[in-house]
Design a protein around this ligand. Structure first.
Ligand code: ADP
Length: 721
């Protein structure tokens, strides 16, 4: 190898070494940069961490200072609390779950008068021991061991009841022990000596007052009795004197003496009764009596006063109350006289209703309510209305006199009977006084009569809605169907052969029951009438009274009413002509009263039994009941129209196989209507206004030989005449 080659090789080697150096240097720089970056990141992290550490250190410092402040506060509060507890004059102690004393205030410890062992750490049971052994507590009739046992048992209850203990010096301590959630217990001993003394004084004062009150009542009772005896003489002699020959002036004087004497006697009787009750000298006299009779006697007594004021005095006596009960009838009458008397006194228009019923859910407890439509009682006076000498004093009733004892006496009498008296009232509208007493049912000497089984339907005619309602409920209680009518015209319209009797108000001239009875007796379905009159002793005028079963005075007693209902003649006997054949039965469904009247008038010459149904439903019902020979059916009626009713009847007939002719009465004389009507099962259509010949034709067509002739001899005569 020549030099040139050597030099070339050397240069090549140097160049390669230089490239290698450059490469390594580049790598070194890159590594350096990476290292620099890493170092910076680390520095940043260190800075951040240091900041966090510093914050935590600051917070720690703050917490530490807060904690120490809080601790100081707690210590202060505890000091103050104990200071306060220390200053209260009631005993206060704190026990742990093992009943060991943690702390007690001075008042608590003072009870033990410096006894060494009563200090924090002592057990509650030991305290009880010390209390008895040292004679600190007065255990009364109970021996110390039993007392300790009782108190220990109490201690172990989860929630001990407060108890009162008496100390040797007469101090009364109320012990209240209360366990906290962890089992700790707070024990409080309240000195209630003052309250106890006060209560004892009160009791003593009350006993003295009651004795004085009884003495006063006894005195009043005696004095009233003493006054009553001579007053009876005064009134009696005034009566005798009134019978003698007197001038008008003398008569006036005597009457005044008598009336004033009687008024005074009433007041004295009230005072006497009240005093007797207060002195505990009034006894109930039990006997078996007729409650309804007792109520009626009171009503009879007060009825004249009611009539004078134009007030209706009504009685609703439940049909199922036994007629004989056991109780004090005299005192019951007295209560009712007071209450009904008040109702009369404080009512100027309207009515007074006495309702006698059994209390819901009981058999023997009788509820008597007196309801009036009078001046009422203002709400703020209601609660003390039963207090003695209490009267609602205001403009309105200053005019009414009275002693203010009636309600107080009534309330006490009701209470003596084991009941309670209540009042409901709306100012200016009326009041209801109500009381319930137990009156056990007794064996009746003379049980109430029972109406016959065929008494299914009655008509009541009474223009006064309330009294009609009373009679209706009484009849319905007996399971009898009732139709109420307001006047004689309505009775004539609604009367049919299904009606057994008409109970009608007799108050001529508007409601002349006797005239109505006569009209009905002469009509197609003679139904007997029982008349109810407001005037006692109303009798039937000479020569009249056809169809009148009886005249009863309102309110009728259940006994009288039931006796008359039971005495009704058997159906289809003497009243109807003794004919072997039955009358033809026609059912007319027509809701319009005028149309009913028109219909009745049109056929009044015929001897048929006509019954009206007021709607389709009633028509179907009556169809089943009376089994008519012919039906006239109005098409448009309320509840169920004529087509539906006919369909229902036809459906019923499909079971029996008998088919009754049904004639449609329709107001729509429109083509096409007839077809729909006939399709519903009706046999023929008559359009309104009805024409008598059309009706008669239909009736004659449906008449058959087994029915009574349509024209009776009498009616035919009338027609001819
Ligand atoms: P007296 O009627 O003798 O005043 P009561 O004790 O019977 O005494 O009644 C006390 C008061 O209660 C009456 O004065 C009257 O103000 C009120 N009161 C009693 N019953 C009624 C009543 N039915 N309607 C309105 N107020 C009545």
């Amino acid at each position: 190898m020549n030099l040139a080659d050597k030099l070339t090789e050397e240069r090549r080697g140097r160049l390669a070494a230089e490239r290698m150096l450059e490469l390594k240097q580049a790598e070194l720089r890159a590594a350096n940069r990476k290292l620099g970056l890493h170092a910076r990141e680390l520095t940043e992290k260190i800075v951040k961490t240091r900041a966090v550490v510093e914050t935590i250190r600051d917070e720690n410092q703050r917490f530490r200072s807060d904690l120490s402040a809080a601790n100081q506060k707690i210590a202060l509060t505890e000091r103050r609390l104990w200071h306060s507890i220390g200053t209260i004059k009631d005993g206060f102690a704190f026990f742990n779950a093992d009943n060991e004393m943690i702390m007690a205030n001075q008042a608590y410890l003072a009870v033990f008068d410096g006894l060494e062992e009563i200090r924090p750490g002592v057990n509650y049971v030991t305290i009880l021991q010390v209390l008895t052994e040292e004679g600190i507590v007065n255990t009364g009739d109970i021996c110390p061991e039993a007392w300790r046992q009782m108190m220990t048992d109490r201690l172990y209850q989860p929630d001990p009841e407060p108890t009162i203990i008496q100390l040797w010096n007469g101090t009364h301590i109320k012990l209240i022990d209360q366990r906290g959630p962890g089992g700790d217990m707070v024990s409080l001993g309240l000195d209630i000596s003052a309250t106890v003394t006060h209560q004892e004084n009160l009791k003593e004062a009350r006993a003295i007052a009651e004795t004085a009150n009884r003495a006063k009542s006894a005195f009043l009772a005696n004095i009233s009795h003493e006054i009553r005896t001579p007053m009876n003489g005064v009134v009696g002699m005034a009566e005798v004197l009134a019978e003698t020959d007197l001038t008008d002036e003398q008569k006036l004087y005597v009457d005044t003496i008598k009336n004033s004497g009687e008024a005074l006697l009433l007041i004295i009787n009230d005072v006497l009764d009240y005093s007797k009750i207060e002195a505990g000298k009034l006894d109930l006299h039990l006997s078996i009596f007729d409650l309804e009779q007792a109520v009626l006697e009171v009503l009879m007594l007060l009825q004249p006063a009611a009539r004078e004021k134009g007030l209706a005095l009504l009685l609703e006596f439940d049909m199922h109350i036994p007629s004989a009960v056991e109780g004090d009838p005299g005192r019951l009458r007295q209560i009712m006289t007071n209450l009904i008397g008040n109702a009369l006194k404080f009512t100027s228009t309207g009515h007074i209703i006495v309702r006698v019923d059994t209390l819901a859910g009981t058999k023997d407890t009788i509820k008597i309510a007196i309801e009036d439509t009078g001046i009422g009682i203002p709400p703020d006076k209601l609660q003390d209305i039963f207090d003695e000498f209490n009267q609602v004093e205001n403009e309105r009733n200053r005019q009414f006199d009275g002693t203010g004892l009636g309600l107080a006496i009534s309330q006490r009498l009701v209470r003596m009977m084991g009941g309670e008296i209540k009042v409901r009232s709306a100012d200016g509208v009326g009041s209801t006084f109500e009381f319930a007493v137990t009156l056990p049912a007794a064996q009746a000497a003379d049980p109430l009569p029972q109406p016959g089984k065929d008494l299914m339907h009655v008509i009541i005619m009474d223009p006064m809605e309330v009294s009609a309602g009373i009679l209706r409920r009484q009849m319905e209680r007996l399971g009898i169907k009732v139709t109420v009518c307001a006047d004689p015209d309505e009775v004539l319209l609604r009367c049919n052969s299904g009606v057994a009797v008409i109970l009608a108000e007799h108050a001529p001239p508007t409601h002349d029951g006797i005239a109505l009875a006569q009209t009905i007796a002469e009509g197609p379905c003679p139904v007997p009438l029982i008349l109810l009159s407001n005037t006692p002793g109303t009798t039937m005028p000479e020569g009249r009274g056809e169809g009148v079963q009886a005249i009863l005075t309102k309110p009728p007693s259940r006994r009288d009413l039931l006796a008359q209902l039971a005495a009704l003649p058997e159906r289809d006997t003497p009243q109807t002509p003794p004919d072997a054949l039955r009358p033809m039965r026609i059912l007319a469904a027509e809701d319009n009263r005028t149309n009913q009247l028109v219909f009745r008038k049109m056929i009044k010459s015929l001897d048929v039994d006509l019954t009206f149904a007021a709607n389709g439903e009633e028509a179907v019902e009556l169809y089943q009941k009376i089994k008519p020979d012919l039906v006239f059916m109005d098409i448009s009626m309320p509840r169920m129209d004529g087509k539906e009713a006919t369909q229902a009847i036809r459906a019923l007939e499909s079971e029996t196989g008998v088919k009754v002719p049904i004639i449609a009465l329709t107001a729509h004389a429109m083509a096409g209507d007839d077809a729909a009507i006939l399709a519903a099962g009706l046999d023929h259509c008559l359009t309104k206004p009805l024409r008598k010949p059309d009706i008669l034709t239909q009736i004659h067509a449906a008449h058959s030989a087994d029915m009574r002739p349509l024209e009776t001899a009498e009616k035919a005569d009338q027609l001819a005449g």
